[in-house]
Design a protein around this ligand. Structure first.
Ligand code: SF4
Length: 133
């Protein structure tokens, strides 16, 4: 898998972790530690693959985009080890509930492992530098 593919995968995981609230593109770039130029390319590529939806939004007086993951488009094999599959609390798990993906330490740990296992900060910096030159 290329570094760009890994960066796209990490971006997708961050977007997915935001659930139905989505995430502003600028916040996504910050979490990825990527430049806006690199981030825009990632966003466009994910959009072309129909993995995310971009909605125009006015934020702090400027037009930007909020991005959401298209769950139905995801390759289920990528998420076969998601902890929810074997979790006893899945039927009680909901946003704002006693058990919630937003506060679940198991989910957070899984997302961290999933997003950081193959792409470290050095790789992101390298991609950013190459794209900014
Ligand atoms: S988010 Fe956590 S608590 Fe909820 S179903 Fe998944 S593993 Fe279980």
């Amino acid at each position: 898998m290329s570094k760009r593919d890994l960066l796209e995968r990490r971006a997708l995981q961050i977007i997915m972790s935001k659930g139905e609230d989505g995430i502003l593109q600028s916040d996504l770039w910050k979490e990825l530690e990527a430049s806006s130029r690199v981030g825009s390319r990632i966003s466009l590529n994910l959009g072309k693959k129909n993995l995310i939806t971009r909605q125009r939004e006015l934020s702090d007086g400027r037009w930007t985009y909020r991005v959401f993951v298209n769950i139905r488009s995801l390759d289920i094999d990528s998420f076969s080890d998601i902890p929810c599959v074997s979790c006893d609390e899945i039927l009680k798990c909901e946003k704002g509930g006693e058990f919630s993906p937003n506060t679940c330490k198991i989910m957070t740990k899984w997302l961290h492992t999933f997003t950081h296992s193959e792409l470290d900060e050095e790789n992101i910096s390298e991609i950013s530098k190459n794209d900014d030159s």
